[in-house]
Design a protein around this ligand. Structure first.
Ligand code: G
Ligand code: G
Ligand code: MN
Ligand code: NA
Length: 253
């Protein structure tokens, strides 16, 4: 059966779940946040990767509804963790361009925050560079989210085509360096200097710089020595389910 046709039923039948990947501060080693990543447990086919169904949901428009569920689930879960007395951390949610451009997007985010009771400073939205090529719409929308206290990250940085001008003008807080810029570090001198330049670029723009896809101690050490702010990656932890997040929060408090 075609994935496109299965998506609405999968949502109705609670086949989606969120996993969370920790973000770590490089200077203190502290947990600084959790990125929510959707997982689909199909009863017949097993786990289906978001890399295959997200683009289909974007094409069909179903991403608007699915993305709203992700936002709701992430905010609700984060509020439950806070109410249970775990250390308070921001949760970040990936937002597709299709979803971000929907006229009701800002309103949806506000409604979710109101209904779940999560304070806006504990929500971050991750948008990709490709979104930034629509500067007028984007600036208004990013401004209104930022004015509400929501933090904004640019995801997969370096793989799209954002101009430095937009990075400078738009109200962004975090630059997430795509993992392709980390994978050959520190063995490739060329990649090392490129990575150093990207870190410095982000810092010059006043952004918090996070490196994605950190898998080894050597990468971790290189990034720390080069003043990257935060990391995410298998070296510290894979994306894990709610129960595993709770174990992690217990031991970090
Ligand atoms: O976690 P994983 O490597 O399986 O994710 C694959 C891709 O799917 C990544 O590009 C990731 O950003 C994207 N993705 C995961 N969860 C979500 C989500 O909730 N919304 C959107 N729009 N993309 C997601
Ligand atoms: O596009 P985005 O950055 O949101 O994608 C996140 C994806 O990256 C998730 O699917 C997650 O499983 C994956 N990921 C997270 N850490 C690592 C890592 O250290 N190595 C690799 N190869 N993938 C990772
Ligand atoms: Mn992301
Ligand atoms: Na990314």
């Amino acid at each position: 059966v075609q994935i496109e046709k299965k998506l609405p039923k999968a949502l109705a039948e609670s086949e989606f779940e969120l996993h969370y990947q920790p973000k770590i501060d490089l200077s203190t080693g502290a947990l600084t946040g959790l990125e929510a990543l959707i997982r689909w447990n199909d009863p017949t086919e097993g786990r289906i990767s978001p890399a295959s169904f997200i683009p289909i949901a974007e094409d069909s428009g179903f991403i608007v509804e699915l993305g709203e569920w992700v936002l709701w689930e992430a905010c609700w879960t984060n509020k439950k963790w806070q109410d249970a007395g775990y250390p308070k951390l921001p949760v970040s949610v990936n937002v597709s361009a299709v979803q971000f451009r929907h006229p009701q997007f800002v309103r949806t985010v506000e409604t979710v925050l109101e209904q779940t009771g999560l304070a806006p400073e504990y929500l971050e939205l991750e948008v990709t560079e490709s979104l930034l090529n629509d500067p007028v719409l984007i600036k208004d929308r990013l401004d209104s989210l930022k004015n509400r206290g929501i933090s904004l990250s640019i995801d997969d940085f370096g793989t799209g085509y954002s101009s430095i001008y937009y990075l400078k003008e738009l109200p962004l807080q975090v630059l997430k360096i795509d993992r392709t810029f980390i994978e050959n570090t520190p063995s490739s001198p060329r990649d090392n200097s490129l990575l150093q330049s990207i870190i410095q670029l982000g810092k010059s723009l006043g952004l918090t710089v996070l490196a994605e896809g950190v898998e080894t101690k050597e990468q971790f050490d290189f990034l720390r020595q080069n003043e990257c702010d935060q990391i995410q990656g298998f070296y510290y932890s894979r994306p894990v389910d709610k129960a595993a997040v709770e174990e992690m929060l217990k031991s970090s408090s």
